[in-house]
Design a protein around this ligand. Sequence first.
Ligand code: GLN
Length: 313
Amino acid sequence: MTGGLDLDAILGEIAADMAREEDRGKVADYIPGLAGVDPRHFGIAVVLADGSMHVAGDADVPFSIQSISKVFALTIALGKVGDQLWRRVGHEPSGSAFNSIVQLEAEHGIPRNPFINAGAIVVSDVILGGSRPTEAIGEILRFTRHLASDESIRIDEDVAKGEKETGFRNMALANYMRAFGNLDHAAEDVLQVYFNQCALSMTCRQLAMAGRYLMAGGAHPDTGHNVVSALRARRINALMMMCGHYDGSGEFSFRVGMPGKSGVGGGILAVVPGIASLAVWSPGLNDRGNSQLGALALQQLAVATGWSVLNPR
Ligand code: GLN
């Protein structure tokens, strides 16, 4: 699959193209810790099934992974309660903004999927599962470090604090779901977990490493042990494909053709099962809150490599 491809040259060219782009989107400013990030950053990292790593641009600069963390949190929650989770969160695309509240009323407090904020807040509630918020946060951090085989990954406390201070909408979502009986813990505690997982700070290299289990049918490439079953990995990939970019998921799939999960920090984690785990970062967002150049870079990469889950070579 990867034979004959000069990935380092392809990534170098993409990074050079992205450096020339003037229309870079707009950096998220509703979270204080994100507002000051320089929109000129661009990084990309690709880890292949054989373990080789290829990078270009700012692949070693940490950024706030934000909603990309919803993939790792979902994986933990499924490990805890299995398919029971789907009683409390759906697995349908929402077609709505990431922080939308509108569908919750008609759907009795059951969020459409685990990748919109409401769904991720329910997932945080499941991870909390009777323990203290600091313990749940520690579990998410340890799990992410384990996936990436990298103990240096940390949580940016300032970003988490800023989210708490400005997270009125998330507070509303949490309390609204609690009113429907779809939250077991106090909204403050659940959101402490949610805000801290969103504030995970990672580089493209670390993120691509963390996504390897989704490339490898659920197995951790360094240990050979299953993080999740192959079926569960397939389903997480399916959710990323359908819901990973909110109301921009169709557009991303149309252009890139890979399961992907975006965050308002400008990162995207994408997976080509059996072939590659990829991470890209450019802080400027489009009007749906997804990285503008991140999607463009992945689109170029998909063309250059022929990688896609929709017409595998
Ligand atoms: N922490 C952000 C929020 O809740 C995450 C949103 C995102 O990355 N789309 O608003």
